[in-house]
Design a protein. Structure first.
Length: 55
């Protein structure tokens, strides 16, 4: 099994968790920071990686 971690992308402006994605822990070491569209604010904002609790 490849080591994949489910992470969420959290809007740094309003704190909404707008996106979920997988990241490979081996190839990606730095935290994700992406400009994404925030539905709540209806504009593009910086989203940062946040942890998702595994069930
Ligand atoms: Zn937002």
């Amino acid at each position: 099994m490849a080591q994949k971690h489910l992470v969420k992308l959290v809007c740094t402006v309003c704190g909404s968790s707008n996106y979920y994605t997988h990241r490979n822990a081996k190839s990606v070491t730095e935290k994700l920071e992406l400009i994404k569209y925030c539905k709540k604010e209806r504009k593009r904002t910086l989203h940062k990686e946040g942890k998702v609790k595994s069930s």
